[in-house]
Structure formats: C-alpha cells, structure tokens
Design a protein around this ligand. Structure first.
Ligand SMILES: Cc1cc2nc3c(=O)[nH]c(=O)nc-3n(C[C@H](O)[C@H](O)[C@H](O)COP(=O)(O)OP(=O)(O)OC[C@H]3O[C@@H](n4cnc5c(N)ncnc54)[C@H](O)[C@@H]3O)c2cc1C
Length: 440
C-alpha cells in the first residue's frame, strides 16, 4: 500500500530532489531566506543520509578523506537551516498531479523500513546529478568500479585494501605490482591516478603489510588524443608530464571495447591486464528523466531555458549535472561543481522573485578556470573570467590553494560564515592527528 505525504498547503511547497553540490546549497539558501520566515515550505530529498561533496570522491576511494569529518548529516543540517529533509530515492514524477514517487526504503537485509511514498510539490527543483556513462561497453557494470557515490568509492577502497592484504600474505610474488587500470582521463581519472600513488607510499609507512615491497602499476586509458580533453592543452601537457614522473602509463588514442575479469580489451584486441578496474569515461543523467515527459538531450539532461526552468514544465527547474542549458555565447554549461554552485544561486534568486511576482533572471555561467589536483605531488590549472584577464596558467602552491578554495566556498555556503570556518578548522586538525589514509 502506498502512503501519501500531504503537502502543507498554506504556503508554497518547494521540493528539491538531490542534496549534492547544487541541491544542498540551494536548500540552505531557501531555508534561510524563505523557510525561516515561513514564506514557503522547503523540502530536500536525497537517497543518502549524509552529503559528501562529489569532487572529493576520489579521496574517499583511496581512503585519504575522513567521511566522518567532511560528511554533512542532512537531518541535522536541515534543522539548523529551516528546511525539512526526507530520505528517499525519486523513481517517478507525475507532472499533471505534481506528485513525486519514491522507492521503498530498505535496510541492509533488504527488509522494507518505509513503504513506497508520494510527495506533492508546487515547485520542483531537480538536482540529482549524473552517473557514469559506460556507452553500452560490455562488462563495465560487472567488472569495473564506478565513482558515482560515497558507497561506490568506499567499496573501491575496500577492494584496494584487500589487494594489499593479499599481496602481504603471499611472499613469492610480493614484488609484482598491483595492477590498476582507469578508463577516462578527465579530471576524475587523472586525479585518481595521482592519489593512488600517494596511497602506496602511505600504506607502506603506516602498516607493514607489504614491508615497502608492493608497488602499483597504473594504466590511465583515454580514447581521445590527449588527457583532460575538456581543459586547455597546456594543463593537459603539464598533467601528463607529472603523471609520467609518477610512473603512470598514459595511453591515449586507446578505445576500450570490453571489460572482463582479466582487464580491458581495446579495439585492436589487446588485453590491458588489471587487478582493479575503474570506469570514469563520461557522465549521463538518469534515464528515467527522459521517460517522464520532460524534454531531455542525448545524455538525459533536462533541457532548460536560461532561467533554468524546464522547457517542458514551468513548475520544474533543473540545476547541476542533470541540467542542459545553452550559454549565451553558444556551447553548453559543463558538468562541474562550479556550474552547480552558480546554478543554485540563480534558482534561489528566481524562486524568491517568482514568489514576489518579479521577472526571473537568466543564468550566466562564469568559468573561473579549471584546476586538477595531483594529490600532494602537484596542482595544475588555469584561472579565467573575473579573476584574471583572459586565461592564466597556474601550478604549484597557488594552484593548490585555489583548488581547495572551491571546496571551502561550498563549505561556507552550506555552513555559513560563523560555523563554516570552525568546520574547516576541524577538518584540518583531523588531517594532522589521524593516519594519512584510512586503513580499515
Ligand atoms: C571523482 C570526481 C572528481 C570531480 N572533481 C571535480 C573538480 O575538481 N571540479 C569540479 O568542478 N567538478 C568536479 N567533479 C564534478 C562535480 O562533482 C559535479 O559536477 C557536481 O558534483 C555536480 O553537482 P550536482 O549538484 O549536479 O550533483 P551531485 O553533487 O552529484 O549531487 C547529486 C545528489 O543527488 C542525489 N540523488 C541522485 N539521484 C537521486 C534520486 N533518484 N533520488 C534522490 N536523490 C538522488 C545524490 O545522492 C547526490 O546527493 C568531479 C566528479 C567526480 C566524480
């Protein structure tokens, strides 16, 4: 039997689905602006209980990030910022009756804890992000690790630790490296390759499992002509040089046609052997978005006007990776944390303006540049837009500082300027006092 949760009718009910880089910032702003003064009821719904900023997932995967410190518990955060939180996975949307359907919530033993529910809305914001795009490549779902969520990143970390454990208990092959292969040399693949090198150093210091003998062999595989295809060539060149210094084998112009239990097969039939395989070759939005009658593009992103309202429904906005919006100067807004952050600000403004009968503003994307962090080894990138005139290549300590500032901005927008600095300080202290990587 389905339970229906009735919306509070006295004030408009604004429902945000997805509490990620964009959705959590939006819920915080609207909670503080409208929820606090009871001008609207704000509900945030996410399929997970704890928020982790997605660009940090490669650090979760290698165990270098403490999710207990950097995670934000939605329920506690909601209370502080005057919105409501509900746990749930959106599975369907009835636009005519303005109702959302959520899958039953199951416990670890697959017993039903909460039955399937429906929730009504007046305004809906879709902020459900993206998932890895395997382009239909056989074997990827079965044999590869994906880095779409904290759980997937933690599963990868467990597999990695188990490989170290296995190595440490077999004496004769201790010097054979653990073989990792990563498909996709965008920011995720590149940052993960560097972070993994960092891990092998730290594991040998903290746990004598391998007595320093175990090494990692990493293949970073890219179908295109160069790594970091979405970023300027100079960044790609600099990152390639850094990765090669670390011993990462960068294989460009290599199209993968299959994944199997032994590794990846390329289009010339060559097998790239691997003990652990990661697929990070592109993103797409959830496919059900295209079957609920919303106009979507070929990767299922909701097509929006520049006000960030769906082309098909004036009650629905989309932000972040699940939104497709053309820029004024042509081209689409890239799926990045800075896009989600900027879109959240525009939609917050538009929802407030709509409630007071004002015209909506148009989204204007500002590219502040792109930075790629190669663990503790290096950071390279470019700054653009308002920060410098044109584009400026940066690397080293300044680049690292700028890279960290994107996350700090996210922390300040969700915790505020009083609590935010304490949260940042706590996470810095934790980095000093705990082992550099999680060894369990
Ligand atoms: C490893 C990695 C490194 C990255 N590094 C960078 C970087 O350095 N710089 C950068 O700008 N970008 C980076 N990105 C991209 C960036 O993380 C995304 O562009 C950004 O997080 C998108 O924000 P979002 O709010 O659209 O979605 P997300 O942050 O992904 O949030 C989506 C939320 O929706 C929830 N959700 C999903 N489906 C449902 C559902 N059906 N029902 C309920 N809830 C749902 C999820 O649990 C999640 O909380 C990186 C991505 C990865 C994976």
């Amino acid at each position: 039997m389905q339970t229906e949760i009735k919306p509070h009718k006295a004030v408009p009910h604004i429902v945000i689905v997805g509490g990620g880089a964009g959705g959590l910032e939006l819920a915080t702003t609207l909670g503080n602006k409208l929820g606090k003064k009871q001008k609207a009821k704000i509900t945030l719904i996410d399929k997970h209980r704890v928020h982790i900023w997605k660009p940090l997932l490669h650090e979760v995967a290698t165990g270098s990030l403490d999710t207990e410190i950097d995670g934000v518990v939605y329920r506690a955060h909601a209370k502080r910022h005057h919105y409501q939180f509900q746990l749930g996975q959106l599975v369907d949307l009835d636009r005519e009756s303005k109702r959302l359907s959520f899958a039953p919530i199951l416990d670890d033993e697959e017993n039903e804890v909460v039955e399937e529910r429906q929730i009504g809305y007046d305004t809906l914001v879709l902020a459900i992000g993206s998932i890895s795009n395997d382009f239909g490549t056989p074997g990827v779902q079965e044999f590869c690790s994906l880095l779409d969520s904290k759980h997937q990143a933690q599963r990868f970390q467990q597999k990695l630790l188990n490989l170290f454990l296995k190595k440490s208990s077999t004496t004769e092959s201790a010097e054979d490296p653990i073989r990792l292969a990563i498909v996709g040399a965008g920011a995720t693949g590149v940052e993960l390759s560097a972070e993994l090198n960092h891990v092998v150093d730290v594991v040998s210091v903290y746990d004598n499992m391998t007595e320093g003998k175990t090494s990692l062999s990493i293949d970073l595989i890219e179908a295109g002509e160069r790594i970091l295809p979405a970023l300027p060539e100079r960044i790609a060149e600099s990152a390639t040089a850094e990765l090669e210094k670390l011993g990462v084998r960068v294989r460009t112009n290599t199209r993968i046609t299959e994944a199997n239990q032994n590794g990846f097969v390329n289009d010339s039939g060559e097998l790239i052997e691997a003990d652990l395989m990661v697929w990070a070759a592109g993103v797409k939005a959830e496919s059900w978005l295209s079957v609920v009658g919303l106009k979507t593009n070929r990767i299922n992103q909701v097509e929006c006007f520049r006000t960030l309202k769906s082309l098909s429904d004036p009650s629905i906005y989309a932000i972040g990776d699940c939104c497709h919006v053309e820029m004024e100067e042509g081209g689409k807004v890239p799926p990045r944390a800075q896009s989600a952050h900027q879109m959240a600000s525009t939609v917050a403004k538009n929802i407030v303006r709509e409630l007071s009968g004002k015209d909506l503003v148009e989204f204007k994307y500002t590219d502040y540049g792109s930075l790629v962090n190669l663990a503790r080894f290096s950071t390279v990138g470019s700054l653009m837009g308002n920060l410098v005139k044109g584009s400026m290549f940066i690397e080293g300590k300044i680049a690292r500082l700028m890279y960290l500032s994107l996350y700090r901005m996210h922390q300040l927008s969700i915790h505020g300027f009083i609590k935010g600095p304490f949260v940042i300080l706590l996470s810095q202290i934790s980095k000093i006092i705990r082992p550099k990587i999680k060894l369990h």
